[in-house]
Design a protein around this ligand. Structure first.
Ligand SMILES: Cc1ncc(COP(=O)(O)O)c(C=O)c1O
Length: 396
């Protein structure tokens, strides 16, 4: 089809031309001084995005590798990890922990709410023998569009006076939704390249506190490729123990420059604004947002419930065939029941308008019952929103 494809899944996201051009540079010697200068710049820039002064380890892997690295570097066989069933990705991380030989206490959830800080406090207070060694939470559940409140969870851990490590998956929140590794007392932050960082898939991250580094010195789960220590040591000089993803690091360098130019506060405000416009459109259509708690609405995606008797995947197929737009599928137990609108990464008002128009036309084309003009509600919000205008002026 002529024109640009609309990639509106909640990651991988649209990669800016600037980043693609950076990736297209010739690959250089990763043991040479030009590479070391690039790597040191990238590692510094990453610390600003994670809001940390602690090391950020970069892996040539998708986010799943960084999940594994977080667990194997800090824990020992049969340690207990407290996890919460917020959705599909929390469930996959649970499965991984079990496969690695950890015991998982998995608090059941309805896939429409985030982690309840009271449940965290209750579980940890009840753990008198201190068998729980880590609390692992997905910040933004990409399968549901629900964002858990990390500062409130940290406060719950502190109220319980519990020494467990705190691990947070920010794969679909980093560089889209405000996140502060140091201030929020997180020990391991897990992230990936293909969402808010506006890169193709292929690199992932662990930001690591001193407490996590200390835990890694006596943790007994087998680990080799994922070891932090060699990487942290070699990174100080700008090098890696094995071959890094050189060209993706060029892209990351450019993406970090773009984030710095826009300003992180503006990046977060832009995501919140597009999320609000999207929710107004969904309400205008008379459809239901999956997330039940407005305090947990996601800034990076919105999951929309399909009316009973209609298949969300048939709708997505029709939208792709007619309008060349990819929407996110329902994952796990939400298959066929929801579709997800990604509004994160390299994204602006008119891209959102096009996206919402595609959804509205798709609803009509598929004969899915819906009201009025959700797009009109979103447009009125975008056109009239003073915060949006102010943030554009600041960015300009
Ligand atoms: C919140 C979250 N965690 C983990 C993952 C798994 O990451 P990957 O598919 O990059 O391995 C994803 C992927 O979308 C995700 O959204």
């Amino acid at each position: 089809m002529p024109g640009r494809h609309f990639l509106q899944i909640p990651g991988p996201t649209n990669v800016p031309d600037r980043v693609l051009r950076a990736i297209a540079q010739p690959t250089i010697d990763h043991r040479g001084s030009a590479f070391a200068a690039l790597a040191r710049d990238v590692l510094d820039g990453l610390q600003r995005v994670f809001q940390t002064s602690e090391p950020v380890v970069v892996y040539p892997s998708s986010g799943t590798g960084a999940w594994e690295a977080a667990l194997v570097n800090t824990l020992s066989p049969e340690d207990t990890v407290l996890m919460f069933e917020t959705g599909h990705f929390a469930t996959l991380w649970r499965d991984m922990a079990s496969r690695l030989g950890l015991r998982v206490e998995f608090v059941a959830g309805d896939w429409r709410h985030g982690v309840d800080p009271r449940a965290v406090e209750q579980k940890l207070t009840g753990d008198r023998g201190r068998t729980i060694k880590a609390v692992a939470v997905v910040h933004n559940e990409t399968s549901t569009g629900v964002t858990s409140r990390i500062p409130a969870i940290r406060q719950a851990i502190d109220r319980a006076g519990h020494p467990a490590l705190f691990m947070v998956d920010t794969i679909s929140s980093l560089a889209s939704i405000d996140y502060r590794h140091d201030e929020w007392g997180v020990d391991v932050t897990v992230a990936g390249s293909q969402k808010g960082l506006m890169l193709p898939p292929g690199i992932s991250f662990n930001a690591i506190s001193d407490k996590a580094v200390a835990a890694s010195k006596h943790a007994k789960l087998p680990r080799a490729y994922w070891r932090w220590d060699e990487t942290i040591t070699m990174n100080r000089q700008g090098y890696f123990p094995s071959t890094p993803a050189t060209n993706l690091l060029y892209g990351l360098h450019e993406a970090l420059a773009m984030l710095r130019e826009e300003g992180m506060a503006n990046v977060f405000a832009r995501h919140q604004r597009h999320a609000e416009a999207t929710r107004r459109a969904v309400r205008g259509w008379g459809l239901e947002i999956l997330c039940r708690n407005p305090a947990e609405y996601s800034g990076s995606l919105t999951a929309v419930m399909m009316p009973e008797g209609h298949d969300a995947d048939a709708f997505r197929r029709e939208v792709l065939a007619r309008f060349d737009m990819s929407l996110g599928t329902g994952l796990g137990k939400l298959a066929g029941r929801v579709f997800r609108i990604g509004h994160l990464g390299f994204f602006n008002d008119l891209m959102l308008c096009g996206t919402l128009c595609g959804v509205q036309m798709g609803l009509a084309a598929c004969g899915i019952p819906h009201n009025g003009n959700g797009v009109g509600d979103a447009l009125a919000f975008l056109a009239g929103d003073k915060a949006g205008k102010a943030s554009h002026r600041r960015a300009a």
